[in-house]
Design a binder for this molecule. Structure first.
Ligand SMILES: *Cc1c(COP(=O)(O)O)cnc(C)c1O
Length: 234
């Protein structure tokens, strides 16, 4: 029987192999894709094992869970992002924990973040989350409204857009999944061409345990992986 730590180390090795193979297949440099560990429901001891194995970036989905785990993870040498739906009444809280919010999807949320950040005399990195799967249950700005949202966020002094984020379509049909990732890449390219995004703000956060290869083929610069490293969530 492998220990929990050995299991995590071996799972991380397979994920990195998958990322490297996907990059090779897509003719991309493997340094272009960063792994974010999606740590929702994962206990701090396991997160610590992954960081000790060399990982550098985690993302949580719920502010409440950050609050509960933060003492146990705050000294780990890693970057912390927020990747879940953010309610505006949790803004003050989440800003204590993260250096980047990947789920900004409305001007209301962006303005309220800006107000709080001005008050704290701080700025923060964000991703604009786009609903590329057109599923009603998904958060994210509608693709047709994304440029307008980016324009308005650019006018706020405290939010620095690093790129775009999406949760792809859940489907067995790889072509449809890839189509949703391709849409995010096209939106980013067009936003840069229109000078709405700086050329350096070109991140594409997309792809999860089941479909990271498809996302990398379509240009992902960050894949967010949970269950393939930490096991199925209960
Ligand atoms: C849970 C989650 C992931 C990771 O999903 P897995 O299928 O466990 O890899 C990625 N992104 C977001 C926003 C998530 O909530």
């Amino acid at each position: 029987m492998l220990s929990e730590q050995e299991q995590i180390i071996s799972a991380l090795q397979s994920i990195h192999t998958r990322i490297d193979n996907a990059c090779e297949k897509a003719g991309r440099n493997k340094d272009e894709v960063r792994l974010l560990l999606a740590t929702k429901t994962v206990p701090p001891e396991k997160i610590k094992m992954a960081i000790e194995a060399g990982e550098t970036l985690i993302g949580e989905n719920r502010v409440q869970e950050y609050t509960e785990k933060f003492d146990a993870i705050k000294d780990l040498p890693c970057e912390r992002h927020f990747i879940g739906h953010l309610q505006t009444n949790k803004i003050k809280e989440v800003l204590k924990y993260v250096s980047c919010i990947q789920s900004v999807d409305s001007i209301d949320l962006a303005e309220k973040l800006d107000t709080r950040l001005q008050y704290e005399d701080k700025s923060i990195d964000i991703f604009v989350q786009v609903n590329t799967s057109f599923e009603e249950s998904k958060f994210g700005v509608e693709p047709s409204l994304a440029f307008d949202l980016i324009k308005r966020i650019n006018q706020l002094g405290t939010l620095k857009i690093k790129g775009l984020m999406t949760i792809g379509l859940f489907s067995e049909d790889e072509l449809l999944v890839k189509k949703s990732y391709r849409l995010l890449r096209e939106l980013r390219n067009e936003a840069i061409a229109k000078d709405l995004l700086r050329a350096a703000s070109n991140e594409l956060s997309m792809g999860m345990s089941n479909d990271l290869e498809l996302a990398i083929e379509e240009g992902a610069t960050m894949v967010r992986v949970g269950s393939a490293v930490f096991g199925k969530r209960g």
